[in-house]
Ligand binder design. Structure first.
Ligand code: NAI
Length: 261
């Protein structure tokens, strides 16, 4: 628990399931006030709200598409209306489409970029404007991936978007450091969430995935949420512009793990 997080107001995009839901629930345990954004699953978002309230936080679920200005503005409006302001904005919403790149349609490319990359820009811009106009310090956390660093054939649009998120995070961290606005990324490895459900249900693909993780296991959404809580708290007060990898060592070139090469 980080006592300074109590009563702080957070927006979490894509907060109804997976990693976003785990962050929402962790923030609830920190007794924060949380706007749980959802795009397609109102029931799950409401379940997240119920858990947060049960654990001593406050929460409201709000529909919004992060790839639109209207969508992200609605989240800020809800934070102000229900909780009186904003302290932490987590750009978590994301999705992926697999296709050989020579067959990937422009529509699918645009969809991946608009949610994973433009959505991060729009969310960050909305939070930055609020912090600047109100002369407030603030924290922005952008959900990146190990694929901001590791190339991913047949997921090139996703890797391109996450690579963009990395340099966007670093650029605005520098741009707003003097305003006491910290901006950091989190780079999860293979985490057990709905985005991976099909892959992890298949025994062979599960084994292939675990083989890429030096710690020999798939990560839990709660382990990513713990990183988000630390980055939101004052315990990380001198940290900005990083990507905190939560990946069991996946970015450590696991092919070399037995001393080959
Ligand atoms: P998930 O599929 O469980 O959750 C994604 C969330 O984003 C859902 O709540 C979905 O409704 C929401 N979303 C999608 N499009 C949206 C839109 N236009 N507007 C608002 N919300 C939207 O996936 P997961 O695993 O929880 O992923 C969360 C983040 O973590 C994503 O950015 C993903 O790229 C990233 N990540 C996940 C990894 C994993 O292994 N699960 C690994 C690396 C990164």
């Amino acid at each position: 628990m980080y006592t300074d997080l109590k009563d702080k107001v957070a927006v979490i995009t894509g907060g109804s399931k997976g990693i976003g839901r785990a962050i929402a629930e962790r923030f609830g345990k920190e007794h924060m006030h949380v706007v749980v954004n959802y795009n397609s699953d109102a029931t799950e978002a409401q379940q997240a709200v119920d858990v947060i309230v049960k654990n001593g936080g406050q929460a409201v679920s709000v529909y919004g598409d992060v790839s639109t200005e209207h969508g992200v503005q609605g989240l800020l409006d809800a934070a102000i209306k229900h909780f009186g302001g904003l302290d932490v904005w987590v750009n978590n919403a994301g999705m992926e489409i697999q296709a050989p790149t020579h067959e990937l349609s422009l529509a699918d490319w645009n969809k991946v970029i608009s949610i994973n990359e433009t959505g991060v820009f729009l969310g960050a811009k909305t939070a930055l404007r609020y912090f600047k106009e109100n002369h407030k310090p603030g924290d922005i956390i952008n959900m990146s991936s190990v694929h901001e660093q590791i190339p991913w054939p047949t997921f090139a649009s996703y890797a391109a978007a996450k690579g963009a998120v990395k340099l966007f995070t670093q650029s605005i961290a520098m741009e707003y450091a003097k305003d006491n606005i910290r901006v950091n990324g989190i780079g999860p490895g293979a985490i057990n969430t709905p985005i991976n459900a099909e892959k992890l249900a298949d025994k062979e693909q599960y084994a292939q995935t675990v083989a890429m993780v030096p710690m020999d296991r798939i990560g839990k959404p709660e382990e990513v949420a713990a990183a988000a809580a630390w980055l939101a708290s004052s315990e990380s007060s001198y940290v900005t512009g990083i990507t905190l990898f939560v990946d069991g060592g996946m970015t450590l070139y696991p092919a070399f793990k037995d001393g080959q090469g």
